[in-house]
Ligand binder design. Structure first.
Ligand code: OKP
Ligand code: ZN
Length: 377
């Protein structure tokens, strides 16, 4: 397996507000080091991409995709908030921009005032709450560089997957995306996510497919197996039927307001969203039951491409998860997905989402990739 890595994904280092304390975010640079270190003694091949750290170096195609999938004023906020706060004396250079006031709907019982909550405020403190839905997604000095590098890896993954094309055996590619992406929306960060890498990947697939000769409209499935529900990804595709979103996640856990089985999509997209929540404390046997259902629904969809949002916070010791998976279970899960005749064949982009036991993250990731490839050759 080719594993795409960009050193700029290691730069982002923020603080989060958790359990009444400001602390270094669980989502930290050492996560990537753990994965790289475990990959060293394997046959998987790390491909280093070093082009995305600076604003000038990014490709037009990539920038257009980010701009097409996220609000311009939100992106501007992500890019500038840290330096604006520092320049105004509101933050120390090593600090993280975190919100303190959110524009929540129930603030007004008067319907006529609801519009007040929709305009981006000019006050810098107010803006930080306008563009975020929680306090886990601090904006630090180099956040923007990592966010761009991360999304660019998703884009590069797609580019390579689709170039490998015709005739040749289509392969899977992993992108070591950090920060993760599945929680943020088009205009709000949250859950350590700033730009939705899965959304960028899906739109990149569509863009490249439209350019092929002959052009075509691909069907795509997203399988999200991070412990947390990918609210941002679900939301983006909720009313579209060409993109199926399937998620297995902890029931009633963060992000709390989404992820129920009743959320099936809307309009044209009705029936193209499948949530498979599992109670906390679930075992690998219970987990594999849900994988079976997920695979079955994806097979029905007959996608041309699969995007896998892969998190390892389902691991038994994870501080933010509550399932009981062990390292070898990741190989079993990967094999179960690949065992399907269809999913064993289709080009797949694997994106890293969560996983916070740094000491085990690398080995868990390698177990998954080994299991995935066992079915390939
Ligand atoms: C991001 B990803 C629980 C606080 C949860 C945010 C968790 C973000 C997880 N009390 N804080 O899906 O791995
Ligand atoms: Zn997670």
């Amino acid at each position: 397996m080719f594993v795409l890595f960009d050193p700029a994904t290691r730069l982002h280092k923020a603080e989060e507000f958790l359990s009444g304390k400001l602390m270094p975010a669980w989502e930290c640079p050492a996560r990537i080091d753990s994965i790289l270190s475990s990959l060293e003694s394997t046959n998987h091949q790390v491909v280093t991409i070093q082009l995305a750290g600076s604003d000038e170096s990014r490709s037009k195609d990539f920038c257009d995709l980010v701009a097409a999938t996220h609000d311009a004023s939100y992106l501007e906020h992500l890019r500038t908030a840290h330096s604006v706060w520092v320049a105004e004396g509101a933050l120390e250079p090593h600090g993280s921009v975190l919100p303190e006031c959110f524009p929540v709907k129930r603030l007004f019982n008067s319907r006529s005032l609801e519009g007040n909550l929709e305009q981006p405020p000019t006050d810098i403190f107010a803006r930080s709450g306008f563009y975020a839905f929680d306090m886990s997604s601090g904006i630090a000095e180099e956040t923007w560089a990592s966010v761009m590098a991360s999304a660019n890896l998703a884009y590069e993954g797609v580019r390579r997957l689709m170039e490998s094309g015709d005739g040749k055996r289509l392969k899977s590619i992993t992108a070591l995306t950090r920060p993760p992406g599945h929680h943020c929306t088009t205009s709000m960060s949250g859950g350590y996510c700033y730009v939705n890498n899965a959304v960028v990947a899906v739109e990149a697939i569509k863009k490249f497919a439209a350019r092929k000769n002959p052009p075509y409209k691909p069907k795509i499935a997203i399988l999200d197996i991070d412990f947390h529900h990918g609210n941002g990804t679900q939301d983006y595709f909720y009313s579209k039927r060409d993109v199926l979103y399937v998620s297995i996640h902890g029931q009633d856990e963060f992000p709390y307001y989404s992820g129920s089985e009743q959320e099936v999509g809307e309009g044209e997209g009705e029936g193209y969203n499948l949530n498979l929540p599992l109670p906390c404390g679930s075992s690998v046997e219970q987990y594999l039951e849900k994988v079976k259902l997920a695979v079955r629904r994806i097979e029905e969809h007959r996608p041309d491409y699969l995007v896998l949002s892969l998190g390892f916070d389902t691991y038994m010791l994870d501080p933010l998860g509550a399932f009981k998976l062990d390292t070898e279970d990741y190989a079993a899960i990967a094999e179960r997905i690949r065992f399907s005749d269809l999913l064993g064949q289709i080009p797949t982009l694997i994106l890293l989402e969560g996983g916070y036991v740094v000491e085990r993250l690398g080995d868990n990731c390698v177990a998954f990739l080994d299991g995935w490839e066992r079915r390939l050759d």
